[in-house]
Structure formats: C-alpha cells, structure tokens
Ligand binder design. Structure first.
Ligand SMILES: [Zn+2]
Length: 187
C-alpha cells in the first residue's frame, strides 16, 4: 500500500481534501518510485553518507504506513507557511489554513509530498537507531537544499501535480520541527 494519506481535519476543507487526494494518488503510484530513481546523483545531507536514489526509492517501495493530514492556523498569523511536520508526532502532517486563500490545491499536495519524505526518513532513522536518514540541514530553507531528498522529490513531483515548476517567490515555506532530543532518536 506504500504511503497512504488520510485527511482527518474536522472542517474537511475542499482544497485540502483535493490536495490530500492528489498527493495520496501520487504516493500510491509506481510513477513515484520511478520519479525518485530518476535522480542521477546521490541525495545531499543524508546519513551516514549521501544516499543513492535507488536506495531511497527502495524505502518508498517497501514501506507501508498511513499518515494523517490535519489542518491548523499558524500561531504567528503567517500566510506563507504551507504546513508542518513535527518529529515527535510523526504520523501527522499539518496544513496551514491561513495559507489557503489564492493558493492551488496542488501547492498543498506538493507540501504533503515534502513532508511525506520527512516522515519516511524519520521512520527509517528510528528503525536504524539513527544510522540512516535523508532530511536536510539547516531546517526549513529551500536555498542550498535543492539536492536533498525532501526538496528534490517534492519539486519533481510538483511538475506533475501543478503542471509546472512554481516560481521561487510564490513558494510556500515548509516547516519541519525536530523536537526530539538526540538520545530519543536512538531509542
Ligand atoms: Zn523539509
């Protein structure tokens, strides 16, 4: 079943329902594995070394789990933050309701793909006692991180989801909050 996304937001906002369906459909498709395998070079910032695309694609082919998608309002009132993933509650991805006006569903689907890569990395990291992960450092900045797994896979997926690559200045920021102590990650 690969990664399944399940939108559980109380309001069942139409745009988020659509985004969740779009991202879920892609994650369930063999095309998604092919997309990852299409990277000719290793992913930056992986642990313990930059990982081959085939290795990362293998995790997406072999793992099966469901992520809940819920919505929230950014506490600072920001409309440019698309969503967040919090490592201490790794089975939920959050979409920011304040970002919804004037945005296409595909932009949120793109955010969901990015955060799904974080969720997969977190899962593999836990299983390997922190020996293997594929995230990005420093957190939450696209600049300098385009060859990391979350950003590279997201932007390749986005071409299919949105029909084009989004302009830099139009992009939603994506937050990943690592709120676990290092020891806990090894536990
Ligand atoms: Zn990220």
């Amino acid at each position: 079943m690969l990664i399944a996304l399940n939108y559980v937001g109380n309001r069942q906002l139409t745009e988020f329902v659509t985004a969740c369906t779009q991202a879920h459909t892609l994650l369930q498709s063999p095309d998604f594995i092919t997309l990852i395998e299409g990277k000719q070079t290793h992913f930056d910032d992986a642990v313990p070394v930059d990982l081959a695309a085939t290795q990362v694609a293998g995790y997406f082919r072999d793992e099966t789990f469901t992520l809940s998608v819920d919505d929230y309002e950014d506490e600072d009132g920001r409309t440019t933050v698309g969503g967040r993933f919090v490592t201490s509650s790794p089975t939920t991805i959050w979409l920011n309701r304040l970002a919804m006006p004037r945005r296409e569903a595909c932009e949120f689907a793109s955010v969901l793909i990015h955060e799904s890569v974080h969720a997969m990395s977190r899962r593999i990291s836990r299983r390997t006692n922190g020996q293997v992960s594929f995230t990005h450092i420093p957190a939450n900045r696209r600049t300098g991180n385009l060859l990391t797994a979350p950003y590279w896979i997201q932007e390749e997926a986005e071409v299919g989801l949105c029909g084009q690559r989004l302009a830099e200045e139009e992009r939603l920021t994506i937050e990943t909050v690592d709120d676990e102590p290092r020891q806990a990650e090894k536990g």
